[in-house]
Ligand binder design. Structure first.
Ligand SMILES: NC(=O)c1ccc[n+]([C@@H]2O[C@H](COP(=O)([O-])OP(=O)(O)OC[C@H]3O[C@@H](n4cnc5c(N)ncnc54)[C@H](OP(=O)(O)O)[C@@H]3O)[C@@H](O)[C@H]2O)c1
Length: 298
């Protein structure tokens, strides 16, 4: 039986540390502020944005939620981003993905001031991650995965980490993070994706297996070597008429099949998910400190 990696518990430790830092910054006259921009009314995005706002307020941070209609033009969104870039009360800017299909998400991300890019998707921050420059922002979900490993004293150094999924948001960034030279990294990393041949043979080599695919319960017992650590990043809604809301949440890993084999595993929900918001708050506090330092130097 695997140890369950409790993301809620680790996230609350991270949030407590953020709360203390917010209090410290406020005593110095600086309140960290996060702006979240939501375009359209994607139901999952609305849930995420509400939760980010709640967490911000709970920590004593300044929160601004901007809700724009799905018909908003690219130009208008770029104007909103420019205003937030110039706003002294805002340290972090997050434009919730996905944007409506008529928008160019890349252009929007590039318009965000990299010093306020707490999602870590701006090319400057991606480059800093690749260059192992700690002044940049690392995307929140990969950062949360690394933090979970640290909290459970699962050192990836020298281990074979296999990540299924190569998105910038998760797989690719986590690969960069865990292969870096440094604490809770130094792993040998393999990244698999939809064109990988014989996925089972690849994933069975993993000491630490990370699923970031977006296919409900795709990875089963056959994909996992006995004793492996399994991090399930997937969050999928699956129809379930027995549930009041008509669906249940599940990961990319078939939990009941894999749990008996793994040495440790994250559940869904309650695993990686809570870490993402916690690391977003942590990145916003970091942005506030960095901007404050720069102001003092002037
Ligand atoms: N917990 C959190 O806070 C959090 C945060 C972000 C995302 N997520 C969840 O994590 C999952 C992945 O998100 P994402 O944004 O990275 O998704 P994504 O951009 O759709 O990327 C999915 C990746 O999985 C690969 N893939 C798809 N089908 C595959 C298959 N049959 N075999 C092997 N690889 C396959 C894709 O390969 P190709 O590149 O070849 O297409 C792609 O690299 C989703 O369930 C998402 O909801 C959770």
């Amino acid at each position: 039986m695997a140890d369950q990696i409790n993301g809620k518990k680790v996230a609350s430790v991270v949030l407590d540390a953020c709360r203390a830092e917010v209090a410290e910054l406020m005593a110095e006259g600086r309140r960290p502020g996060l702006a979240v921009v939501l375009v359209g009314s994607d139901p999952a995005s609305e849930v995420y944005v509400a939760s980010k706002e709640r967490t911000c307020l709970d920590l004593g941070m300044h929160s601004r939620k901007l809700e724009l209609p799905a018909s908003t033009s690219q130009e208008k969104l770029l104007e909103v981003v420019a205003d937030l870039n110039a706003d002294e009360d805002i340290d972090g800017i997050l434009v919730q993905s996905p944007l409506p299909p008529h928008m160019d998400e890349g252009e929007v991300v590039r318009a965000i001031n990299p010093a306020k890019d707490v999602d870590g998707f701006h090319p400057e921050n991606v480059a800093k991650l690749a260059l192992e420059d700690p002044s940049g922002f690392v995307p929140c979900t990969p950062l949360g995965c690394q933090r979970l490993l640290e909290a459970y004293a699962i050192d990836p150094a020298g281990k074979h980490v296999v990540i299924v999924g190569r998105s910038l948001i998760v797989g690719k960034s986590l690969a960069l993070l865990l292969m870096a030279k440094g604490p809770w990294a130094n792993a040998t990393v393999t990244v698999a994706h939809s064109r990988t041949q014989d996925l089972v043979a690849v994933t069975r080599q993993a000491d630490i297996l990370v699923a970031a695919v977006g296919v409900p319960e795709m990875l089963g017992a056959e994909h996992v070597r006995e004793g492996a650590v399994v991090l399930d990043v997937g969050v999928n809604r699956v129809d379930d008429p027995e549930k009041k809301r008509g669906y249940r949440l599940c990961g990319d890993v078939d939990f009941s099949a894999v749990e008996p084999l793994a040495s440790a595993i994250t559940p869904v929900p309650g695993g990686v998910g809570p870490m993402t918001i916690a690391m977003l708050m942590s990145n916003t506090v970091k942005a506030c400190r960095a901007r404050r330092g720069q102001q003092e130097e002037r």
